[in-house]
Design a protein around this ligand. Structure first.
Ligand code: ADP
Ligand code: MG
Length: 319
């Protein structure tokens, strides 16, 4: 019986809205609102894999790390451990909220959360050009001290005058550990939460030992790879805009309800989608479609169930 498999990527906003401080109550409420939106897919018989971002949460973990060292001399944990911590915390929260949502709807499914490592290439050019800003904004003096003491790389922060921020590489994901297990669980009807925060980037050395990196992987790119590797039919990216637009925020802004592969690629090349926000989402959708996925949808987290919203990306336009 051909149940469809969907991978759903929850963006930062699906868990924590920009105008909130990030208390656990706020995150639980947003998560519940988002998950309520997914119930119709379960009622239609879909199997689900959920992925999620971790930007604000891992940022907070890094700052607690820093404060703990300064106040109590607690050894700082490396980025891979911080990402793993965020997968555990956020994944647990999504799992618990989903159990309660399903309970209210009388739906019986198991939900499992998998701490996920994502394979990257140790020769990825990103390792010699760190771009992803993480952790707190600090002064030039502090940035200099930290780069001396810890070997971290800093860049000027665009948002705050005279501020500096640590940057780490963001390599392309090339494999997902346990993708076959994740697929197996999902195809058996269990809801799987995986690849949180883009996964924990690791690589295999010449002896096939797993080595860590001080890096982060884009969550949309990792989610798309997971969707491909698990043979998903559909890939949803839930964020804070109801549609993808061209000429975004310009007087001639135009909603795109449907995009085919070629047009989406052309708009991407023409610069309609901002780097670091919409561009990686479009790229992730295109990768999924190119590798055999049927449809990608980008829409606002709380609007998925309302099917009139969302930009659908397919290989060809559908009549
Ligand atoms: P998330 O945190 O949910 O992963 P991001 O903040 O990275 O999402 O990306 C979503 C943002 O992309 C939107 O809030 C919007 O401001 C921005 N964006 C950039 N270009 C476009 C575009 N062409 N159409 C729609 N949104 C766009
Ligand atoms: Mg965001």
């Amino acid at each position: 019986m051909g149940r469809k498999l969907a991978v759903i990527a929850l963006g930062g906003n699906a868990l924590l809205r920009g105008d909130q401080i990030g208390t656990i109550e706020e995150q639980e409420q947003n998560t519940t609102d988002t998950l309520e939106n997914l119930v119709f897919l379960l009622e239609e018989g879909y199997n689900l894999i959920i992925t999620h971002g971790n930007g604000p949460q891992v940022g907070n973990i890094l700052m607690r790390n820093d404060a703990g060292e300064q106040l109590y001399g607690i050894a700082q944990m490396p980025v891979d451990i911080c990402v793993a911590d965020s997968q555990g915390g956020i994944g647990y929260m999504i799992e618990r909220m989903f159990r309660n949502v399903l309970n209210r709807h009388g739906i019986k499914r198991n939900i499992v959360c998998i701490v996920t490592q994502v394979l990257v290439d140790s020769n990825d050019p990103a390792f010699s050009d760190p771009q992803k800003r993480i952790g707190k904004i600090c002064s030039r003096e502090e940035a200099e001290r930290l780069s001396r003491e810890k070997g971290w790389v800093f860049r000027e922060e665009i948002k705050v005058d005279g501020g500096y921020r640590r940057v780490v590489p963001s390599p392309v994901p090339v494999g997902i550990m346990n993708d076959n297990v994740i697929r197996e669980l999902a195809l058996n009807g269990h809801i799987v939460i995986a690849a949180g925060g883009g996964g924990i980037p690791v690589y295999l050395d010449e002896n096939n030992d797993v080595r860590t990196t001080e890096a982060v992987v884009d969550k949309d790119m990792a989610s798309s790879l997971l969707a491909t590797r698990t043979g998903a039919d559909e890939f949803y990216i839930l964020t804070d805009v109801p549609y993808v637009y061209i000429n975004y925020k310009k007087p001639d802004q135009q909603v795109k309800e449907f995009l085919n592969y070629a047009d989406a690629r052309r708009y991407l090349d023409e610069g309609h989608f901002s780097k670091g926000s919409m561009a990686p989402k479009i790229e992730a959708c295109l990768n999924f479609i190119r590798n055999g996925g049927r449809m990608s949808v980008i829409t606002e987290a709380f609007k998925l169930a309302d099917k009139k919203y969302g930009t659908k990306i397919t290989m060809e336009y559908e009549d």
